[in-house]
Ligand binder design. Sequence first.
Ligand SMILES: [Cu+2]
Length: 463
Amino acid sequence: MVSRRDLFTGAAALVGAGVVSRVGAASLPEAVIMQSASTQVPPPPPNGRPYNPVVTLNGWSLPWRMNNGVKEFHLVAEPVVREFAPGMKANLWGYNGASPGPTIEVVEGDRVRIFVTNRLPEHTSVHWHGQRLPNGMDGVAGLTQKPIQPGKTMVYEFEAKRPGTFMYHPHADEMVQMAMGMMGFWVTHPKNPNFMKVDRDYVFLLGSYDIEPGSFVPKTSTMLNFNLFTFNSRVFPGIDSMVARQGERVRIRFGNLTMTNHPIHLHGHEFEVTGTDGGWTRPESRWPEVTVDVGVGQMRAIEFVASDLGDWAFHCHKSHHTMNAMGHDVPNMIGVSQSDVAKKISSIIPDYMAMGSTGGAMGEMEMPLPENTLPMMGGQGPFGGVEMGGMFTVMKVRKEQKRGDYSDPGWYKHPAGTLAYEWNGAPPEATRNTSAGGQSMPAGKPAQNVEFNVRKPSGHSGH
Ligand SMILES: [Cu+2]
């Protein structure tokens, strides 16, 4: 995993690798750009009202300046290069050097002024998803404002009325601009920093891209056949782990700006949905879950007590969403002996790749990959290949993790007697059920006389 966590200390003084200051016109707040794709833990707020900052997974929070009581931010819409995981970079559009853009953190009741400079080759706008604001600040090009032309800066100004979780994204050429990665997170903290206080508060956006292996730019007309599913435009093993000290209360907030729903699943703990993009849920309306489905355009905040030590998987439960770019058009050859068929086909179709005849085990397939793509699954865990990529990361709960420490503690060391183990007795006689409707395949006799279908999936239609 990546180890990092550089800090910056607010708008005035910037320290840390990856943060570059770009001074604009004198009247504009400094536009800070981010060049790193690793998680940047924000410091306590340097001015304004106090709050407990969120931690953006593989992202960062945008510094601001105070100007006569108004919190001023400067967003720059621009082309960016985003590393999805080591070995693959994409040319996206984003804000201030990264996609997703920086998280904007304000406090309930703050007067907020956001300068948006457009450095894209086409016009844009910014919609502040979920906010109560004057209609003319809602950012829908053509409906509530003129679009922001290339090279121009427009100013949005409103009071952050409702505490909670929000997103921002363009409402101008949406299909292209969102497929290119233009989106960001917004958190309005409650006035009272003790309201629904948690020990750790993680945020990220769910994303999807269609980037052909070997190419660098997403296809923007794709509606269903996406091949990269991301947490904050990173894919496992490029996604940082989340960490918690045992017993801490953890909140994780995620917003969905993809074209489909994502059932997000946490192992080893039950959680409750405590917030949506419409606000905090009432305590009497909550129930325990281990998976929550996040619809398109929705946001969910979940909370749980990190009670159990370990490395707990946290992922989208659609198995195609925990695969990376390759392999979405792979024929199913389970049960078929392929000894040298694959080689012959490869000489005709260079990028041909078949699933193993005993199942997937794609994490262990060694296929030559085109430049700039990722194996379908690729991360190494302490016990071998983790056969997932995409929307997958790990929630690491440790006794010794210090409060406020977000550094990766490494892999969990399982105490004696708490790890699945091999049974070493004699192999059992197989029980065969020959009653109507059930018949086992004879052992050791693959395929012959057995009819099978090789079906080539056409993509993700219908997911
Ligand atoms: Cu998903």
